[in-house]
Design a protein around this ligand. Structure first.
Ligand SMILES: Nc1nc2c(c(=O)[nH]1)N[C@H]1C(S)=C(S)[C@@H](COP(=O)(O)OP(=O)(O)OC[C@H]3O[C@@H](n4cnc5c(=O)[nH]c(N)nc54)[C@H](O)[C@@H]3O)O[C@H]1N2
Ligand SMILES: Nc1nc2c(c(=O)[nH]1)N[C@H]1C(S)=C(S)[C@@H](COP(=O)(O)OP(=O)(O)OC[C@H]3O[C@@H](n4cnc5c(=O)[nH]c(N)nc54)[C@H](O)[C@@H]3O)O[C@H]1N2
Ligand code: SF4
Ligand SMILES: [Mo]
Length: 687
């Protein structure tokens, strides 16, 4: 190492359960290498391919490095550089004028471009609360499963991830762990080496399914039927832990009655899998101890996703799996972190106002809606940060039309000119994780991580928190909380609930969470029990017991759109992030649709051919791959390409719907019927 070389400790900011500890090597003010920190147990010195390229992403030639103002028509992506003062003055003037009529006409739109508490909502929430803007229901990823878990176990809580290594049976359910939860996969491998059996439950034959002992390729949206049939077998063969059920669960009689309606034969017909596979899985689950379930969000992006998560969450209590630290279920660990939300987000700045809440998953419809008593004011201004809705939100034809409204004032804080930034009136250059402070929770482990800036902000980039601080000053918001700098916000996030000195010294701090959290019940539900029966759901007029709700668009039923489509992540992208990093795009090639040989043959489709994928909502074009990764009747449209980098300026969300889930008002990306046809016109196909 030369004298000018430093290594800086950080945290991966991305929407991924693993929240890795990073080490960034800096030479002459430039980040030259980003690696996993070997001292952090969960990271173990390993990063995924994407974030190994984070230096390439940060120093990308196409970074937005000055504020930009639109010059061409809306959506054209033509801009001129302007100064920060001009940009902030214009935004403050526009927002002030709109707020004078009704601040609810202003909508913040953000998700998990960074998961850091400071650069996500740390200063932004304060700003929008003070303004009285519409609130955003952040449902786009995890709302249905999250609500299913809250109603059943009492929160986003579950097994400690490290104990999966000791399990004897692991169900990997609705998760492509190798692609999207790499550090969990390492633990599963360890268990496998020690003799554990791994079962993957996923409509797609993923790289994870390839490496498990068994793959159950059920139809999308049939997970609750499978879970209920497993219960049926547990009951019939008496593989139940009667003592655990009696002491630590609520509503057993009702659940028992419901489950007995789900014979393996009935479920097999619904799920489209052999009866024997269900019988064998039930036997394994009922007789292997400890048995652990790694559930992920892939199984809850369908109409009945909340109920499905609820049904799966009931399983461990039935066999008493929670008694052992390597038994139970994990969907998300995010509920374990003692974030000081009031102190950080300052909802008190609403000062008694209660603005309407808009659902981010229906942004397409909501941008096109006129004012009405039920809806409230038309959306006149949109401030987007940490998200790329034009690419990632469902039914993107409508989303793009909404963003193209000439009368909508749109500000986008970004690193790049994404599909969304192309629709902005003003683009503001944001720093990346290598350029700012932040503090991180995780949804896949239970360590808090601190991120130190490794390099100075590039160009004129400013952190999200800094941008909202500056806007607050421009708008005359003079409460002291708007003066807090980013490092202070890091401290505020947990206060004395986490040892900040330790974070400064080592980069992370583990939460003190119980080894086997529900060995003696103590669920954070109203009853303190695992709630098979939920009074809270009953009070909302909903079914108090979990049930199977068929997909709204199951495939095989609509005469024009006979195929079901799911659109899981492509391994080398993270949602729509990294699509513009050339070395990663080279690995992914072109937008791909996996289709089973039988479905391809009847349509005259060959591998490598361009196809149209369409339904009543729209059409996108991509390359077909005839592949055993697709099951008959289901096509896999791998996500999430930038529209402008895909053929014909569209992506997979052109065909997904804005229908919402049973619980949590989440999106239903994987509940989508389509038809697929070869593109015959050679000129079209070449375009
Ligand atoms: N490389 C990479 N990693 C990622 C992401 C990424 O885009 N790329 N995304 C991140 C995000 S935002 C999240 S939320 C997390 C979790 O992200 P998830 O979206 O849960 O990602 P996956 O682990 O790929 O799990 C989805 C799996 O569910 C399967 N699936 C689809 N429908 C069904 C169904 O009805 N039932 C069942 N059982 N399975 C179904 C899909 O085929 C896929 O293999 O991962 C994060 N990690
Ligand atoms: N069809 C289909 N659609 C899906 C999914 C699917 O499986 N299929 N998955 C869904 C899921 S699970 C999710 S979570 C959503 C994800 O949707 P988003 O959260 O919108 O995720 P990204 O597409 O990665 O966009 C994040 C953007 O934030 C920017 N960004 C990152 N860090 C910062 C920062 O510090 N400051 C600012 N200002 N910007 C920053 C990045 O450059 C990037 O453009 O997509 C959903 N959409
Ligand atoms: S995306 Fe996930 S696996 Fe990759 S570095 Fe970040 S936290 Fe680790
Ligand atoms: Mo997500």
């Amino acid at each position: 190492m030369t004298e000018a070389t430093t290594v800086v400790r950080g945290a991966c900011p991305h929407d991924c359960p693993d929240t890795c500890a990073l080490l960034t090597t800096v030479e002459g003010g430039r980040a030259i290498k980003v690696q996993g920190n070997p001292a952090h147990a969960h990271t173990d010195g390993v990063l995924c391919t994407k974030v190994s390229r984070y230096a390439e992403r940060t120093h990308h030639a196409e970074r937005v490095l000055t504020p930009l103002r639109r010059t061409g028509p809306k959506g054209n992506g033509r801009f001129e550089p302007i100064g920060w003062d001009a940009a902030l003055d214009e935004i403050a003037a526009r927002l002030t004028a709109i707020a004078a009529r009704d601040p609810q006409a202003i909508l913040p739109y953000s998700y998990a471009g960074t998961m850091g508490l400071v650069q996500s909502e740390g200063m932004a929430a304060r700003f929008f609360h003070r303004l009285g803007a519409s609130l955003l229901d952040r449902t786009i990823c995890a709302a249905a499963g999250g609500e299913g878990f809250v109603q059943t176990l009492g929160g986003k809580v579950g097994m400690k991830v490290e104990h999966f290594a000791e399990a004897r049976l692991i169900l990997i359910w609705g998760s492509n762990s190798i692609g999207s939860n790499l550090h969990f996969w390492k633990l599963a491998q360890q268990a496998k080496r020690d003799g554990a059996r791994l079962v993957c439950i996923d409509p797609r034959r993923t790289e994870t399914a390839d490496k498990c002992h068994e793959h159950i390729a059920l139809k999308p949206g049939t997970d609750a039927a499978l879970a209920l049939a497993l219960m049926h077998e547990l009951i019939v063969h008496d593989w139940l832990d009667h003592d655990y059920i009696a002491r630590h669960t609520l509503g057993w009689e009702g659940l028992r009655e419901r489950a007995l309606q789900w014979s393996p034969e009935r479920a097999a017909a619904v799920c489209g899998v052999p009866v024997q596979q269900i019988v064998d899985l039930a036997h394994a689950y009922g007789t292997t101890k400890p048995a652990a379930i790694r559930l992920n969000y892939g199984m809850q992006r369908v109409r009945g996703g909340g109920n499905a998560a609820r049904a799966v969450a009931c399983l461990p209590a039935l066999v008493g799996a929670w008694r052992h630290r390597a038994g139970g279920v994990l969907l998300s660990s995010s509920g374990q972190f003692p974030v000081r939300r009031e102190a950080l987000y300052r909802p008190d700045l609403l000062a008694g106002r209660s603005p309407r809440t808009l659902n981010m998953s229906t942004i397409g419809d909501d941008l096109l809606r006129e004012a009405s008593p039920a809806f409230g004011p038309k959306v006149e201004a949109l401030i987007v940060y940490n998200s790329n809705p034009v690419a990632v939100a469902p039914e993107s034809g409508k989303v793009a039309r909404g963003f193209a409204r000439e009368d909508l004032f749109t500000v986008v804080l970004e690193h790049f000119l994404t599909d969304t930034a192309d629709h902005a009136d003003i683009v503001l250059p944001a720093t990346t994780q290598l350029e700012h402070w932040d503090i991180h929770t995780s949804y896949g482990h239970t360590d808090v991580l601190l991120n130190r800036p490794a390099i100075a902000p590039l160009g004129q980039a400013r952190s999200n928190a800094d941008i909202f601080r500056a806007l607050a000053a421009r708008m005359g918001f003079n409460e002291p909380c708007f003066a807090e700098d980013d490092l202070t916000l890091c401290r505020t996030a947990f206060g004395d609930r986490v040892d900040f000195q330790r974070l400064l010294d080592t980069g992370w701090a583990s939460l003190a969470v119980p080894e086997a959290p529900f060995a003696n019940g103590d669920f954070p539900t109203p009853s303190g029990k695992c709630e098979f029966h939920s009074e809270r759901l009953a009070a909302q007029g909903l079914d108090p017991l979990p049930d199977h709700l068929p997909n709204a668009e199951p495939g095989g039923t609509h005469p024009d759109y006979p195929l079901a489509m799911i659109s899981p992540p492509a391994r080398n992208f993270l949602n729509s992030s990294f699509v513009n990093v050339q070395s990663l795009r080279d690995i992914e090639g072109r937008p791909l649709l996996e289709i089973h040989a039988d479905d391809a043959a009847v349509r005259g489709i060959d591998s490598g051919q361009m196809v149209r994928v369409f339904n009543e909502r729209g059409e996108y074009r991509c390359v077909a791959e005839v592949s055993p990764r697709a099951r008959p009747g289901v096509v896999n449209g791998l996500g999430i390409w930038w529209r402008k980098l895909g053929p014909f300026g569209t992506n997979v969300n052109e065909v997904t719907s804005q229908r919402l889930t049973d619980l949590g008002r989440g999106p239903t990306f994987y509940d989508c019927h389509v038809q697929v046809a070869p593109l015959v016109d050679a000129a079209e196909a070449a375009a």
